[in-house]
Design a protein around this ligand. Structure first.
Ligand code: FDA
Length: 385
C-alpha cells in the first residue's frame, strides 16, 4: 500500500487528522469509510422533493469557545448567525428550554422575579434535602424540585432511556441548569452558527487535497491485514469491534428517525420541538427549514420534519450515545489497555474512545493527536504507540 497513513472513518475526527497530515506534514493519506458518503454523523444532504438540507443522523448545531477550532473550521466554511433555541410541548402547552425564568413564569402561571423563582425552586428541591439521592428521579428533584422535574424531565428521560427514571442511576445527571433570567439561548459558547453551504460541503472541502484519497463503502476490517503493522493507522471506528468484542460489547443508545414532507410552508415555527409527555412516542421533532431562514430557495408550500425516537442499540444499529454503565466503564479500561499495546495504531473520535464528543471536541481532539502523536512520529521518528 503506497501511502504514509491510513485513517479508518471519515467523520470530523478522521477528516481533521487526514487534512492536517496531508496539508501540513505532506503525507499521502488513505481514508477508508464504511458508509457510501463522507462526514460520519455530521453528514447532511438535500431532501430530494424539497431541496431542504436535512441532517441524516440527527440535528447538528455547531458551537465552540475554542479559538483554535473556530479558526480552523473557518478555513473550510463560513458560518451563518444561527442561534439555537429549543421549546418543549407538555400537556398541550409550549415552554422555552433550557429551564429559565420564562419557563418558570409560564409553568406556574404568574410573574416571578429572579429571587422569587430561586426561592421557589429551592423550597421545592428541599424535598430530598439531607440524604443522597437514590435514583435519577430523586437526583433531579433535589436539583429543580418535583413540579419542574415532572413537566420537563420525567417523561423525556423515560423515553430517552426506555426506563422509569426511578430505575435509573442518579449519576446520569450531574446538573440540571436553571437560568434565573429570560435568556433561552441553548448554547453558551463564544461562537455559534451553521455552515453556509451545509455540512457536507464543509466536510468535502476538508477532504479535497491531492494527497488525500477517500475510499467509500470500504470497511477497514476488509483491509486490516494489509494495513496494521505496515502503515501507521488512525482508527475512529468502534473500539470493541477492533478487538473482536473480546471483552464484551460497550453499550450505546441509538436513535430512529422518521422523515416526512408536509404540505405546508411551516409545520411548527421553530427548528426543534421537544415532546415531554410520556404518551407521545417520539422525543422531539426537527423542522430543517428553520435552521436556514436565510435560504430563499426553500419552497413556500412544503416543509420537511423528522421525528426522533430513542432506544438501546443492538449490534447492527448505529451507536449514538455511550450508556456508560459501571460494567461499560470496566470494559472500556480493559479495551484501553489493549489499545495501548497495539503498535502503530492510534484510536480516536467518538467511537474509538467510547466518548460522546461534540463536533468542536472531535476536531480539537484530532488536532491534539496530530500535535502530540503524529507530527512527532513523522518528523522526529518517535514510535507511534
Ligand atoms: P463519526 O461517528 O462522525 O465518524 C466515524 C466514521 O467512521 C463514520 O463515518 C463511520 O461510518 C466510520 N467507520 C466506523 N467503523 C468503520 C470501519 N470499520 N471502517 C471504515 N469506516 C468506519 N455535535 C455537535 O457539535 N452539535 C450537535 O448538535 C450534534 N448533534 C449530534 C446528534 C447526534 C444524534 C449524534 C449521534 C451526534 C451529534 N453530534 C453533535 C456529535 C457529532 O456527530 C460528533 O462530534 C462527530 O460525529 C464526531 O466525529 P467522529 O469522527 O468522531 O465520529
Amino acid at each position: 500500500m503506497n501511502v504514509d497513513l491510513v485513517v479508518a472513518g471519515s467523520g470530523f475526527f478522521g477528516l481533521t487528522v487526514a487534512e492536517r497530515c496531508a496539508a501540513e506534514l505532506g503525507l499521502r493519506v488513505l481514508v477508508l469509510e464504511r458508509r457510501n458518503h463522507i462526514g460520519g454523523n455530521a453528514y447532511s444532504e438535500a431532501e430530494p422533493e424539497t431541496g431542504i438540507e436535512i441532517h441524516r443522523y440527527g440535528a447538528h448545531l455547531f458551537h465552540t469557545s475554542n479559538e483554535r477550532v473556530w479558526e480552523y473550521a473557518q478555513r473550510f466554511t463560513a458560518f451563518t448567525g444561527y442561534q439555537h433555541r429549543v421549546y418543549s410541548t407538555f400537556k398541550g402547552r409550549v415552554y422555552s428550554l433550557p429551564i429559565n425564568l420564562g419557563t418558570i413564569c409560564e409553568y406556574f402561571g404568574r410573574a416571578f422575579t429572579p429571587d422569587e423563582a430561586r426561592a421557589l425552586v429551592a423550597e421545592q428541591a428541599a424535598e430530598v434535602a439531607g440524604r443522597e439521592p437514590r435514583d435519577l428521579e430523586e437526583k433531579a428533584v433535589s436539583l429543580i424540585g418535583r413540579p419542574l422535574y415532572e413537566a420537563f424531565i420525567r417523561g423525556y428521560t423515560a423515553k430517552q432511556w426506555q426506563t422509569d427514571p426511578r430505575d435509573l442511576p442518579p449519576e446520569i445527571i450531574t446538573r440540571l441548569p436553571v437560568r434565573y433570567t429570560f435568556d433561552n439561548r441553548y448554547f453558551n459558547d463564544t461562537h455559534e452558527g451553521l455552515p453556509v453551504d451545509g455540512y457536507t460541503a464543509w466536510l468535502e472541502r476538508m477532504a479535497d487535497h491531492p494527497n488525500i484519497e477517500v475510499r467509500l463503502e470500504t470497511d477497514f476490517f476488509d483491509l486490516r491485514d494489509e494495513v496494521v503493522g505496515r502503515v501507521p493507522t488512525v482508527y475512529t471506528g468502534p473500539l470493541d469491534r477492533y478487538f473482536g468484542f473480546a471483552e464484551g460489547e460497550l453499550g450505546w443508545r441509538t436513535l430512529d428517525f422518521e422523515l416526512e414532507v408536509k404540505p405546508t410552508g411551516d409545520f411548527q415555527g421553530t427548528p426543534v420541538m421537544n415532546y415531554a409527555d410520556e404518551d407521545v412516542p417520539y422525543t422531539r421533532i426537527h423542522e430543517f427549514r428553520h435552521f436556514h431562514p436565510e435560504r430563499s430557495h426553500y419552497p413556500a408550500d412544503r416543509t420537511v420534519i423528522m421525528r426522533e425516537f430513542s432506544r438501546f442499540a443492538d449490534r447492527g444499529d448505529e451507536p449514538y450515545y455511550p450508556i456508560n454503565t459501571p460494567e461499560d466503564r470496566d470494559r472500556l479500561l480493559r479495551y484501553r489497555a489493549m489499545a495501548r499495546g497495539e503498535d502503530g495504531v492510534l484510536f480516536g473520535g467518538r467511537l474509538g474512545t467510547y466518548k460522546y464528543l461534540d463536533m468542536h471536541m472531535a476536531i480539537a481532539s484530532a488536532l491534539s493527536m496530530v500535535d502530540n502523536r503524529l507530527r512527532p512520529h513523522f518528523t522526529e521518528g518517535r514510535p507511534l504507540t
